[in-house]
Design a protein around this ligand. Structure first.
Ligand code: FPP
Length: 259
């Protein structure tokens, strides 16, 4: 395959190169970071936004095309109301304060997650961030907000079922590409690398469908301590992985010699 050629695999278009095209982040450990310092949990989230800001800048510098961040899960509503309020306030402030910088850096914002049950002000804010940056051609920052992968897959199944019931689709038309086309991430390549901070090693209802062939990296630092150097190390680690997508040969790198 020549440079720039794209290999189509299922729903994913995979560029043959060693840098991850799409990095997804589970930003975990804000609470533990704060508790270890005798600070309120809110302070951990506030410092988490600073880490996010630095990570977005580093993603641009490293030439990552898509950066997905798990900022609020459908399960996070079960936290104490004051913590939920502080997370919503931080999202609000992040979009209000950082949108100009994102726009200046040609970043396109895309939000995934259920919109229907959001208050109108949050929904309008997210829509505004998407609309203002829609024509940008640099990094795509995918903000997973009120996101749950099982809910996303269920919604895709429901949408396909409605089309079958209306006679627009046959059951035999439902294949992986059809399902992928109804997910919130339709049109976004699958993540190449999923990083979770804080040492926990699980997906917690994040991108379950899209993660089919992702590489995983679990780093022992809490999210507020994740920085440019940690991101660079993660990308270097990824560059040494052999990705075979179920085949025998590594994709995007030379296959290892026989062993
Ligand atoms: C996990 O830490 C982190 C979250 C639930 C939220 C992540 C949110 C941010 C970094 C800031 C808000 C996002 C945006 C886009 C402005 P945790 O609280 O579960 O930590 P713990 O497991 O140590 O308690």
């Amino acid at each position: 395959m020549g440079d720039g050629e794209v290999l189509e695999l299922g729903s994913a278009a995979l560029a043959p190169r060693s840098a991850p095209r799409h990095v997804a982040l589970i930003m975990d450990g804000n609470g533990r970071w704060a508790e270890a310092r005798g600070l309120p949990r809110f302070e951990g989230h506030r410092r988490g936004v600073e880490a996010l800001r630095k990570t977005v800048r580093a993603a641009i510098e490293f030439g990552v095309d898509y950066l997905t961040v798990y900022s609020f899960s459908v399960e996070n509503w079960s936290r104490p109301p004051e913590e939920v309020r502080s997370l919503l306030a931080l999202l609000h402030r992040f979009i209000r304060n950082d949108l100009a910088e994102l726009q200046a850096n040609n970043v396109r914002v895309k939000v995934i997650g259920a919109r229907a049950d959001l208050t109108t002000d949050i929904a309008a804010l997210l829509r505004e961030a998407e609309e203002i940056t829609a024509e940008n051609t640099g990094l795509t920052l995918v903000v997973a907000f009120n996101y749950g992968a099982r809910q996303e897959i269920a919604a895709a199944a429901r949408s396909l079922a409605e089309d079958v019931a209306a006679g627009l689709l046959r059951p035999s038309d439902i294949d992986p590409a059809a399902i992928a086309s109804r997910l919130d991430t339709a049109g976004i390549p699958d993540p190449d690398l999923i990083i979770r901070t804080s040492g926990e090693q699980r997906l917690s209802n994040f991108m379950l469908w899209q993660a089919a062939y992702a590489e995983f990296l679990f780093v022992p630092v809490n999210w507020p301590d994740f920085d440019r150097a940690a991101f660079e190390a993660a990308i270097a680690d990824y560059a040494h992985r052999d990705r075979r997508f179920g085949g025998l040969e590594a994709v995007g790198r030379k296959a290892k010699t026989a062993s």
